[in-house]
Design a protein around this ligand. Structure first.
Ligand SMILES: NC(=O)c1ccc[n+]([C@@H]2O[C@H](COP(=O)([O-])OP(=O)(O)OC[C@H]3O[C@@H](n4cnc5c(N)ncnc54)[C@H](O)[C@@H]3O)[C@@H](O)[C@H]2O)c1
Length: 343
């Protein structure tokens, strides 16, 4: 069967390999090209991943190819802006790994280039498409917790030498901050659940005394307090220097009940408030990209392209709101926790 969207991938690292399988598993998308700084062989790529994949020697050649409709940027964060802008100028729709980029100006350039060239974007905040957060959101939409006045979503994942990303993550240029490099998933989930109308943020940061994390050029633990425009408050801890199992922690408190990870209590159900009720759902319990719900996200992106619309949940405009909060939080932390207001 011919597929409608041919995708050209920039970068051939860890994230890229998870993307290839996920894109090929969608109804309308297939990976047709890869450009990497390393020379790759078309027949080897095709044999490994299935279908026909062309290895481009030059990025410009892939961007100029009229048979490529979507470009997927999976390179180092410091390369995201230039590559995403070039793809948009070549009139390709863009899939972009997180972080969108590590500075507000770069993120603005990416969103502006997509808008100016009439192309759509998908940011890899795939956790929004996870079973855990889809079920949690459905529970909120059913009103089982009432009106939320407090929420915390935290990210605990020790990114040490045992984890591939460590190779480039320790540098400020590509790692950025505890929030930019990985905690962004937790802050983004908090905004998905509580709404992204944030009035101000206050953030503090520090780093572990362990030798393991000393190569990091930036603080690898931060905690951010959010004040929402509707009066609610929230918190995200971004901890990439912990020594413990991966843990994506969620605690929501509302006028009708609470949710703690996969447990909840709702006054509406008249269950025993002294005990949690349990939700059966697949939890986000691993940093392994092969476990991440990319396929559901890419399927939603291609479906939205079919309709000529921005995708739900993770469009450029929606993701930019999360990065606006992250940049404000990092500014606050750089000034010792001075509150920073958002527009
Ligand atoms: N959404 C998520 O949950 C998630 C998970 C992992 C990574 N990411 C993001 O994906 C992007 C890439 O991360 P990654 O973990 O795939 O990094 P990676 O180090 O595996 O690959 C990054 C870049 O390095 C290149 N590269 C890798 N090995 C190379 C080598 N030996 N020689 C030359 N170039 C080489 C790759 O082609 C790619 O361009 C980053 O923006 C990262 O934040 C996101």
């Amino acid at each position: 069967m011919t597929k409608k969207y041919n995708v050209g991938i920039i970068g051939y690292g860890w994230a890229a390999t998870a993307h290839i399988a996920a894109i090929n598993a969608t109804t309308q998308g297939r990976v047709a090209g890869v450009w990497s700084s390393r020379p790759l062989d078309s027949s080897e790529l095709s044999a490994k991943h299935g279908g026909t994949i062309k290895a481009y020697r030059e990025l410009d050649a892939m961007l100029a190819d009229p048979d490529i409709h979507v470009v997927d940027v999976t390179s180092y964060p410091s390369q995201h802006r230039d590559q995403a802008v070039a793809a948009a100028k070549a009139k390709k729709h863009v899939i972009l790994e997180k972080p969108m980029a590590n500075t507000p100006d770069e993120v603005r350039d990416i969103v502006a280039a997509a808008e100016a060239n009439g192309v759509k974007g998908c940011v890899c905040f795939e956790c929004r498409y996870s079973n855990q957060f889809q079920v949690t959101k459905a529970l909120l939409d059913e009103g089982l917790l009432g009106k939320l006045h407090y929420g915390e979503v935290d990210y605990y994942h020790g990114i040490g030498p045992w984890y591939g990303q460590y190779r480039w993550n320790t540098g400020k240029k590509d790692g950025g901050s505890a929030l930019l490099t990985a905690g962004c998933h937790a802050l983004d989930a908090l905004l998905m659940l509580m709404g992204n109308d944030v009035a101000s943020v206050t953030s503090l940061s520090t780093k572990s005394a362990s030798d393991i994390f000393q190569p990091y050029e930036y603080d690898t633990s931060s905690v951010t307090i959010l004040h929402f425009k509707n009066g609610a408050i929230g918190k995200t801890a971004a901890i990439v220097d912990c020594l413990q199992p991966y843990y994506f922690h969620t605690h929501l408190v509302g006028s009708e009940g609470s949710l703690l990870d996969n447990k909840f209590h709702s006054m509406k159900l008249k269950a025993d408030k002294g005990h949690w009720s349990e939700l059966s759902m697949k939890m986000l319990d691993s940093g392994d990209v092969s476990d991440h719900p990319y396929q559901a996200q890419f399927q939603a992106f291609f479906d939205a392209l079919d309709r000529g619309e921005d995708m739900p949940l993770t469009s450029f405009k929606e993701a930019k709101k999360t990065f606006d909060v992250i940049f404000a939080a990092d500014t606050s932390a750089a000034h010792g926790g001075t509150p920073v207001r958002l527009g």
